[in-house]
Each structure stands twice: as structure tokens, then as C-alpha cells.
Design a protein around this ligand. Structure first.
Ligand SMILES: C[S@@+](CC[C@H](N)C(=O)[O-])C[C@H]1O[C@@H](n2cnc3c(N)ncnc32)[C@H](O)[C@@H]1O
Length: 293
């Protein structure tokens, strides 16, 4: 966690209902890439830490015998349960409303612990040590995120205009101020980095890095983009207070002007995965290792 910032339970409040619609999907080949890299065979146990609406837990459920999703946000846990029921996975996946810092909480041991864009919100040293103790011998910690490229992929050859992210950010700042908001606090320098050092110090080996290509270009409506904005911690609905309706109407106006026909084109990002092992001669040795994230 960043210096001077304290986690509180409004961090993702109200974002869950916007999450699946608003966020860009992970790469379609992610599950197959993990199946190969971790030799998953439909047995074993997965814990999805900071599972949100069950994104990784549900997409990877077929690779495990049992799955547990952990998240402190009530809305996220509710959405995850709803989606699991829709996919007929309620019998296989269990949801636990808790901060990762409160584990192990009697959840047992796991073959894989996955973090999908969530580890940076946690007390990393503490959670790394806890997870190490929750993994079975030969188990793996998997860190999954959108690959941040320096130059965002151009949408010039695509049929619709690109989402005007710069203008959307400016609008958010006009309402919420220039410093990034996070729950009841602010994050002037963003969240803490240094995951690799923390994981190494906790006794993990590696990492092995996989980059899974993003899927085909997407068409996104105005409402998809609005959902994307409200899915973010730094522009979570509650942060706008009584000005939410005004913000939403300004945002719609901006999007209408950028795409009068109502559609944007967007290339989904590649998905970057770091696989950390428990065995000192594990993942890094196998692949020759890669530079730390
Ligand atoms: C950006 S979302 C990621 C959701 C999902 N894992 C994914 O890959 O899309 C971050 C999630 O981490 C959760 N989170 C934040 N702090 C946490 C903590 N200390 N312990 C567990 N989960 C936490 C949030 O509630 C939120 O659902």
C-alpha cells in the first residue's frame, strides 16, 4: 500500500454493478496459457485474491476441482455469486467476503493463488507471507494484469472513433480534483510498486512471464464507456456525491460529441502474467527467468 494511504471499505463501493460491462476483458487465451504453464488438470484448488465480480475465479474454474474467491467489497461478492449461478458454477466456487490481510481464515491450502489487478491494494508483505503459507508444495502465485503499453494501440484503422480517455480523465478531475482519489483518501503518487521484491523476500522464486495476446477489436457503446468510468476506484460512483447526475450528463455529452453514431472501437490489451513458484529451483530456472516486473 502507498505511504500515508489507508485502505477503507469504500474503495470499490458501488463499482461492482459496472465492472463486467465496463472493464475490458482479459485475453481470451488466458486460461489455456495458464493450463499449460501450470500443468493444470481439473484438480487442485484455486484462491482468487481480490476476486472482484469473480473474473478469474469463474474463467479459470474448469481448470480446478474447487475455487474460492476472496474480496472485501459486498457488491463484488454479490455480483460474483450472481454470475456463478448464471454459469452453473455455484457448487464449485465459494465466495468469502474478507480482506486478504485477514486470511488464512481456515480456508485450507491451495494449488494456485491468483491476483487479478488486486495485489497493489493490499499490505503486500503481509499478504505475500500469508499466501506462501497457504500454498501447497509446488504451488504457484499468479499475478495477472492488463499489459500497460507505453503507446496505447491506435484505433485509426478501426471502423469507429477511439474512446477519448484523455478528455474523460480531464472531466473526472474537474469533478473530483487533480489528485487521484482512493476510498476516503487520495493517492498523489499512485499505488505502491515493488511487487517483485516483496514476493522474492517472502520466498517466492521466478517469475516466469507470459504475455497472452488480447482479443479482436471491440465495439463499445457510450454506456459501456460510462460503466468503465464507474468501475474504477478513482471515479467510483460515491465519490461524486450529489454531483453524480451532473457528471454523468457531462460525460454522456462528451461521448456523444466524440462518437455521434454511438459506437467506439477499442483494441483490448494483451494480458501479462507473472508466475511465481515456491520451489527455489522452480519457474525461473525452467525458463531462464525474466526481468522483474
Ligand atoms: C481492480 S479490481 C480486480 C478484480 C478482479 N480480480 C479482476 O481481475 O478484474 C480490485 C479488487 O481488489 C479488491 N481488493 C482491494 N483491496 C483488497 C484487499 N485488501 N484484500 C482483498 N481484496 C482487495 C477490490 O475490492 C476489488 O474487487
Amino acid at each position: 500500500m502507498a505511504d500515508g494511504w489507508e485502505w477503507d471499505d469504500t474503495l470499490f463501493a458501488g463499482t461492482a454493478v459496472h465492472y463486467r460491462r465496463g472493464r475490458l476483458p482479459y485475453a481470451p487465451g488466458l486460461a489455456d496459457a495458464l493450463r499449460g504453464a501450470l500443468r493444470l488438470d481439473g484438480r487442485g484448488r484455486l484462491v482468487d485474491m481480490g476476486c472482484g465480480p469473480g473474473v478469474l475465479a469463474l474463467d479459470l474454474a474448469h481448470l480446478f476441482g474447487e475455487v474460492v474467491g476472496v474480496d472485501p467489497d459486498a457488491g463484488m461478492i454479490e455480483e460474483a455469486g450472481r454470475e456463478a449461478a448464471q454459469r452453473g458454477l455455484s457448487g464449485k466456487v465459494r465466495w468469502v467476503r474478507a480482506r486478504a490481510e485477514r486470511l488464512p481464515a481456515g480456508l485450507g491450502t491451495f494449488t494456485v493463488a491468483a491476483f487479478g489487478q488486486s495485489f497493489h491494494w493490499m499490505d503486500q508483505e503481509r499478504v505475500a507471507a500469508t499466501v506462501r503459507g497457504m500454498l501447497r508444495p509446488g504451488g504457484a502465485l499468479v499475478h495477472v494484469s492488463d499489459l500497460k503499453s507505453k503507446a496505447p494501440a491506435s484505433a485509426e484503422d478501426l471502423p469507429h472513433p477511439a474512446v477519448p480517455y484523455g478528455a474523460v480523465d480531464e472531466l473526472v478531475k474537474r469533478y473530483l480534483g487533480p489528485v487521484r482519489r482512493a476510498g476516503r483518501g487520495v493517492l498523489p503518487s499512485g499505488t505502491a510498486g515493488g511487487e517483485a521484491d516483496v514476493l522474492r523476500a517472502a520466498g517466492f522464486s521466478g517469475p516466469r512471464r507470459l504475455v497472452v495476446p488480447g482479443g479482436p477489436p471491440l465495439e463499445r457503446t457510450w454506456d459501456d464507456v460510462v460503466a468503465g468510468v464507474f468501475s474504477m476506484s478513482f471515479s467510483a460512483p460515491h465519490l461524486f456525491g450529489g454531483r453524480r447526475a451532473a457528471f454523468e450528463s457531462d460525460l454522456h455529452r462528451l461521448l456523444r460529441e466524440a462518437a455521434p453514431a454511438g459506437l467506439f472501437s477499442q483494441r483490448p490489451p494483451d494480458t501479462e502474467v507473472f508466475v511465481w513458484g515456491l520451489d527455489p529451483a522452480g519457474a525461473a530456472a525452467e525458463d531462464g527467468g525474466v526481468p522483474p516486473p
